[in-house]
Design a protein around this ligand. Structure first.
Ligand code: HEC
Length: 496
């Protein structure tokens, strides 16, 4: 309410965050958290299995080095940039929620920063000293140790962030006593961590298999050996990933599961719900089959099959992130702040005074006949624009038209009003309408105009800001001045 709203009318604001964050999580899990221990483990195998006069098996070591090279390039470029990108995009699209999260998790994020910087230093050391370390056994052993340190730090960065993701879905005790420790130990934290850790290991395994097939030739002994090792790695972690998923699924609050059906592609794609289960079960089976073949019949494993497995594994995880983001709705921080960035406890005030009165950046503090459509646009910006666009993805005219049977006929005001008043009941993923009756009229007038004009809603980044004159410094000063004169006259009355 007190930060000007950025808006992307074509792409939809949520999509901007979703694309960047999903890419980041995929890279983080498959190429950092899971991959660092896998690479270190494989590097160690090269030393253990080498001839007595060698430090390591040179061909093997070169292959593992190339795998690490891939991880190094991708994590330090796209991985790091999407990490910063998440901060940029959430600060633009969802400033209030990120502000709340920073207040709650201040120290956790500070520690996260230290851990992350250490992780970056370790990855530089591990990758850049690889070749030099092959000169003596002592240096090689130390190098492998650095690989393990790197693995631990990669995991810790994830372990801290997962707590914040869990918190957004279910803050647990924090709603009673708002402390960092209560926020950190939210009920979904451990289940999610117990699920994500083995999942990252499995993803890294499928990616590792694929990279081995790229960096070695058919029939190479090191290819067969590497397939066997990584196949076993996957077989060890897969049961934990499945058990973690089941555990996690069982602790998700039931109201959230009710949202699951629309989570994947929203309503018009309800059939996606079935697809989700097919993808989840299907990818687990494909990964299992791949792992079994690579362990028992590595000679017959083909690169293209490994590529398919990898795509399914990444698809599985991408889908999981999409669902996790959606089922939290209507909240952005469960039971505290709605996805429209308004706090639940402020709703009675908005219902009473109207939402426009309390919005700092807003040209129409009160609705009049003259400013009705403009006021409606402001209401839309505050109450709907975090999830709906006017002309792009999930556009408001499209959803209304679809609800009335895709007729393209002018919307009926009364029906719209009664729908919006109860929108949180008919579609539980939407927050209740926050404003008063005049604002509802204005919103409906605006949406009806949109249907005719196809005008595009521009965010504050395009049109700048207007300051609510009721919320300006001058307004507060004059309020105080009024109070003081009132007090004075009261005092005078008493004196008299
Ligand atoms: C938390 C995000 C969110 C907010 C905020 C939100 N909506 Fe929605 N709304 C959705 C989603 C998601 C859908 C489903 C889209 C789909 O099924 O394709 C939807 C669907 C709708 C529909 C169609 C419902 C149906 O049954 O087909 C209408 C009408 C609607 N929204 C109006 C509004 C209005 C008006 C506002 C602002 C006062 C608003 N929404 C705010 C997320 C939101």
């Amino acid at each position: 309410m007190d930060i000007p709203l950025f808006h992307l009318d074509w792409l939809n604001n949520r999509m901007l965050i979703a694309i960047i964050a999903t890419l980041h999580a995929l890279i983080n899990h498959s190429l950092a958290v899971g991959f660092m221990p896998l690479v270190t483990w494989l590097e160690n195998k090269g030393v253990v299995n080498s001839n007595p006069h060698e430090i390591t098996d040179p061909k093997w070591d070169k292959m593992v080095y190339k795998m690490m090279w891939t991880a190094f390039i991708i994590t330090t470029t796209i991985g790091a940039m999407t990490g910063v990108g998440i901060w940029f995009s959430v600060s633009l699209v969802s400033p209030n929620s990120i502000a709340s999260l920073i207040r709650v998790f201040y120290f956790a994020w500070f520690v996260e920063w230290l851990v992350f910087v250490t992780e970056v230093v370790l990855i530089l050391i591990y990758f850049l000293t690889w070749k030099n370390a092959n000169k003596t056994l002592k240096a090689k052993t130390r190098h492998i140790k650095f690989g393990w340190y790197l693995s631990v730090f990669s995991w810790v960065t994830m372990a801290i962030i997962v707590s914040i993701l869990g918190f957004m879905m279910d803050p647990g005790n924090w709603n009673n006593e708002q402390s960092l420790i209560n926020g950190f130990t939210n009920p979904l934290y451990l289940p999610q961590l117990l699920y994500r850790t083995p999942l990252a290991m499995v993803l890294a395994g499928t990616l590792g298999l694929f990279l081995v097939s790229v960096f070695t030739n058919k029939g190479d002994t090191i290819r067969i050996k590497a397939f066997r090792y990584i196949g076993k790695w996957i077989l060890c972690w897969l049961p934990f990933a499945v058990a973690g998923a089941v555990y996690y699924f069982n602790v998700i609050p039931k109201t959230m599961l009710a949202n699951l059906q629309v989570a994947i592609g929203t309503q018009s794609f309800q059939q996606w719900y079935d697809i989700m289960w097919k993808v989840i079960v299907g990818s687990s089976i494909i990964i299992l089959i791949t792992a079994i073949i690579t362990v028992w019949k590595p000679q017959i494993m083909k690169s293209y099959f490994l590529a398919i497995t990898l795509v399914f594994a990444l698809g599985f995880m991408g889908l999981f992130e999409r669902v996790r983001e959606f089922i939290r709705k209507p909240y952005i921080i469960s039971e505290y702040m709605y996805s429209n960035l308004l706090r639940e406890e402020d709703y009675p005030l908005y219902k009473k005074d109207g939402i426009l009165k309390w919005a700092t950046y807003n040209s129409t503090p009160t609705v009049t006949n003259e400013n009705k459509v403009e006021a409606g646009r402001n209401v839309f910006m505050l109450a709907c624009s975090r999830c709906h666009t006017t002309q792009g993805i999930n556009s408001i005219t499209y959803v209304f038209d679809r609800m009335y049977g895709n007729t393209g006929k002018p919307f009926k005001e009364d029906m719209m009003k009664s729908y919006i008043k109860n929108m949180h009941k008919s579609r539980e993923y939407m927050p209740p309408f926050p404003g008063n009756d005049l604002e509802l009229d204005a919103l409906v007038a605006y949406i009806k105009q949109l249907q005719v004009t196809n005008e595009v809603l521009e965010g504050a980044q395009e049109v700048g800001v207007a300051i609510n004159k009721d919320q300006s410094v001058e307004a507060f000063k004059s309020q105080f001045a009024n109070k003081e004169t009132q007090n004075e006259s009261q005092n005078n009355l008493v004196k008299k």
